[in-house]
Write a protein that binds this ligand. Sequence first.
Ligand SMILES: Nc1ncnc2c1ncn2[C@@H]1O[C@H](COP(=O)(O)OP(=O)(O)OP(=O)(O)O)[C@@H](O)[C@H]1O
Ligand SMILES: [Mg+2]
Length: 385
Amino acid sequence: MASIALSRVTKSYGGQSVINGVDLDIHDGEFLTLVGPSGCGKSTTLRIIAGLETQTAGDVSIDGSLVNETRPSLRDLAMVFQSYALYPHLTVRQNLITPLRLRDLNFWERFPLLGHLVPSRRAKMAQIEKEVQLVSETLKIEPLLARKPGQLSGGQRQRVALGRAMVRNPAAFLMDEPLSNLDASLRVHMRAELSALHKKLKTTFVYVTHDQAEALTMSDRIAVMMDGDLLQLGSPEEVYQNPQDIRVAEFIGSPKMNILPGYCDELGNITCAGFSLDGTLEIPSPGPVSVGFRPEHLTLTEPNADQSLAGKLTYKENLGSDVFFHITQEGIEGSIIIRAQPLISTPQQPGDIIHCTPVPGKPLVFGPDGQRLDFKALAQSGTSS
Ligand SMILES: Nc1ncnc2c1ncn2[C@@H]1O[C@H](COP(=O)(O)OP(=O)(O)OP(=O)(O)O)[C@@H](O)[C@H]1O
Ligand SMILES: [Mg+2]
């Protein structure tokens, strides 16, 4: 087990900065996910932790010790890649054994025929076999041990790749998009397996994905990265309910949060899409603001309801358990999405004008710089967080 700390880590390629001073404390035993769009610097950050890439500036520590100068093989971390990186010509058993042979056997013990004559080899190989057996049982890959990677499904290959990392019993696992080659249903299944594995091993997992759903479902904490910056670090609930930056608000959640242009007056009252929000900004920020509504925080209302947002229904997206209403309003770019229950959603048809109101206390307000502003709902039920 290990804690990992990044302190003001930067990385530049040819003068172009791709990591801009990241501070990150990963707790011992936690499942931390680095999430963000393609090119934001997730893999680079993970490779810097692994020692496969050298940071331009800043420090990396493992369990409180600086490892800036420590070779990857001595950091006691295991990396699992998207490509699995299995040896195609070796069986699953040999794939699992190889990292242990390299770690545990000395030069003479590894020698093809002569090695068998070295007395210490037998005990070491027995121990290695035992560890491989244990990991195979945990990952349920025992029936596959004699096969080669080419004879396995994507999910099975993924399990073997995990197994190869596990046999080394590392202080932490670093995983770079390990599920992205799997089809959608297997990916969902493997999420549950990885979560269960983490609970069982109680080892630090640092997981990289661009898939916000993966990040939300598996992690203890999520670090949202964008353009080389770490924008927010928090539990899935915090990041979802209480985004501090408009880019985090838009990235986390599916369908995306609706962001509408609004206006704040001198007193902190906000108007948006033709209606007034039920509350004020703690510190008025007169001028344009952006107001965010999650689809589930808009409720369909009667046409004559006060303070409602009206728009033309363009599309009804029925997913069975939920129906998403896509509405457009003149002067507002794109559609506004409302989540509704199938039962209450039947009468409205595309072309109809429909109305909705925000759930009190739920709208999120962002300033022109994209930073979250403190909006207090009128009911005094606390801030909008
Ligand atoms: N060896 C390199 N030389 C130059 N630029 C690089 C190099 N490696 C990465 N980059 C750049 O650094 C940025 C971050 O890359 P990185 O691979 O960390 O992104 P990522 O968040 O993992 O993206 P993805 O989700 O697509 O894997 C990108 O703009 C990329 O083009
Ligand atoms: Mg990457």
